[in-house]
Ligand binder design. Sequence first.
Ligand code: SF4
Length: 515
Amino acid sequence: MAYEAVWAADPSKLSKVELEKLEKDGLDVIRTIIEKYAHEGYDSITEDDMNRFKWAGVYQQKPKDGHFMMRVRINSGIMTSDQARALADIAKLYGRDLVDVTTRQAIQFHWLRIENMPDIFKRLEAAGLYSYEACGDCPRTVVGNPLAGIDKQELMDTTALVNQVNDFFLLNRDFSNLPRKYKMSISSNIYNSGHAEIQCLAFTPATKEINGEEVIGFHVWVGGGLSAKPHLAKPLDMFVRPEEVLKVATGVTTIFRDYGYRQKRHHARLKFLVADWGPEKFRDKLVELIGEMPSRGNDKTVGWKAAYFDGVHPQKQEGLNYIGLSVPVGRLNADELIELARVSDTYGDKTIRTTVSQNIIISGVPDAKVEAALQEPVFERLTPNPKHFMSRTVSCTGNEFCNLAVVETKERATRVAEYLDANVELDEEIRIHFIGCPNSCGQKHVADIGLQGALVKTPEGMVDAFDIAVGGILGPGAQFNQALKGRVKGDDVGHVLAELIRFYKQNRSVEETFH
Ligand code: SF4
């Protein structure tokens, strides 16, 4: 494909990062890491290349003393037990045993050192896994339905489609220099397990009568995204057959590459282009690139379950079940992951699935083996029957490791969930999300209660605090949560949320939900 970016006509309007990207493609840093920095050490890394490390899926860890974090792409969140063991081995060897599940179904390591990278890349590749482009201005992990192929609530198995789109974009130099990060989801689950409205590009389940036949396919959404200026994706008037998904994804990504904004980093995501153009103009441009497409059919998304699957549930396949486990704030250790791989081999289909709610699913467990599987010790902490608030608490990395964080999040989130479980009873699930800065990796905007880290001045100095917003939801009727007035000191969050929930309980009307 010709790379005729319209922005290249006037480089004087490009941001500093854009100029760096023109000088050396982000993907080139992978080779530089392997051939140079891994031998010459941390101090030899140039500032420009450090910015490019993201294309390798690697970020500097706080406090920038030579340690790195790394994200590994897991397509649709579906990996084999062997891949899980390969990830656990890396965590054991180089990552101080820590394994985080992210809100894009990726696996995140910490504590890695530059000299470890070649071996880590090699181990990942041998397992058929990649960290490449899990970060950076490029197509990132393609999110999907973690239950793809076994889901009673999907119109079709999207595993192959997600893999096809992932394989096309991964390490594809036609698309390795986008204006900013670029997030896609493909899911055919009728409860929106791919969180379509917050993706740059999303495919959701739909049907359409074509030539007298009911065809299963997708609707297309563009321009969603969170951070300081959150946007809900807009639907295009378009029906996409499964075999056309890659064509549409390529067209949308081409538009972003060639027409996306590159002057200011905070105004570069696809959402800004879509907001300016509107869905009609965007569709026209897309059709110019890929040819005419049918108009929308019947939308099949009926609601949103926020990608929670805890408990034992029957699969599409008669006699088989999946077990949804709660991973408190998305963190487990390498031994737990190894255990889950063994449990999956022993009782299930040798598959482990990660969710955007930072949890894990074991699948393919025959009816006769469920009871025995549930006795496994690893399910004591990673339980299919989690406590109410702990099960619905999501947290980003926070200032334990993230250089952008204003406050600590994961430990705080755990303490708050434990406090609420000990002190509040409620007959409805409430999703609570913590983020350490406005970037919103923990997807605060879509939470029932979203907490964004900030600082507040006290007589004792500046202390961690949180802004609180309530009422976020995706699916039909999607809306971001609304900020409440005031800022709450970190140590008071548990107590304040308990009061907030009690107030709701006492004042709700019949059939009113927290949302
Ligand atoms: Fe870091 Fe902010 Fe993302 Fe949290 S939301 S992981 S603090 S960048």
